[in-house]
Design a binder for this molecule. Structure first.
Ligand code: PXP
Length: 238
């Protein structure tokens, strides 16, 4: 059984569209957990375009809800994260003008900075993860940085699957990386752009232990409701 982390950033986007409090993030997190999520993923972006500091502070107080906080290497956000002590963190790259996280971290370029942040979270007993492209080189660097987990960026695979193009090479690459990371003792997660079909394909890779999915779940729920959509993903995760 793989764990299912549900990203609720898009709920915050809907709330922010009206500048008021509905839908309430804490209530959504509780509801999604009740429906079978294993954790809640939120990304506190530097421009605070969806989740904000207050959301992180509020959610972190509910220790029954395992929070997976995605963050960049921004000093102020790192400081706040240490203060809030989410259960998990995942370091991601951030570009101001991107619509979503377009690729994995550049570990080669930012190795020292990322390593220092990972050490800090490790010391604070917060499970660490690095969002990386499916690359053996990046897994070797991840091992050096001493992250506990990696999350493989599945954006390319998801796009190929959705557009009915040949995805075999990308899937093979992800499988090879998952196997290699696991052999080094790194826990393997996967996320970005996943829908039913791409998640089903990845569910056959035993070394992947967690999915983090957001946009498709929230979008599909408009038609079928959160309850049915999460139920379907839980079935795929089995
Ligand atoms: N995992 C990571 C590290 C991400 O940055 C994102 C997007 O915020 C996701 C998972 C979820 O991606 P999606 O919303 O496309 O399912």
């Amino acid at each position: 059984m793989k764990r299912l982390g549900i990203n609720i950033d898009h709920v915050a986007t809907i709330r922010n569209a009206r500048g008021e409090g509905h839908p309430d993030i804490l209530n959504v997190a509780k509801y999604v957990m009740k429906l079978g999520a294993d954790s809640i993923t939120i990304h506190l972006r530097e421009d605070r375009r969806h989740i904000n500091d207050k959301d992180l502070i509020t959610l972190s107080k509910f220790k029954k809800i395992p929070i997976n906080l995605e963050l960049s290497t921004n000093k102020k956000i790192t400081k706040l994260a240490i203060k809030c002590k989410p259960k998990f963190v995942c370091l991601v790259p951030e570009k101001r003008n991107e619509v979503t996280t377009e690729g994995g971290l550049n570990l080669k370029k930012n190795s020292k900075k990322i390593s220092n942040i990972i050490q800090l979270f490790n010391k604070n007993q917060i499970r660490t993860s690095l969002f990386i492209n499916p690359s053996i080189e990046d897994i070797k660097l991840s091992k050096k940085i001493e992250t506990k987990c990696i999350e493989i960026h599945t954006g390319k695979l998801s796009r190929l699957v959705r557009s009915k193009k040949n995805y075999n090479n990308e899937l093979k690459k992800i499988r090879k990386c998952a196997l290699y990371a696991k052999s080094l003792g790194i826990e393997v997660h996967a996320g970005h752009g996943l829908d039913y079909k791409s998640t089903l394909l990845l569910s056959k890779i035993n070394e992947i232990s967690e999915f983090n999915i957001g946009h498709f779940i929230i979008g599909e729920s408009i038609f079928f409701g959160l309850k049915n959509v999460i139920k379907k993903f839980k079935k795929i995760c089995k």
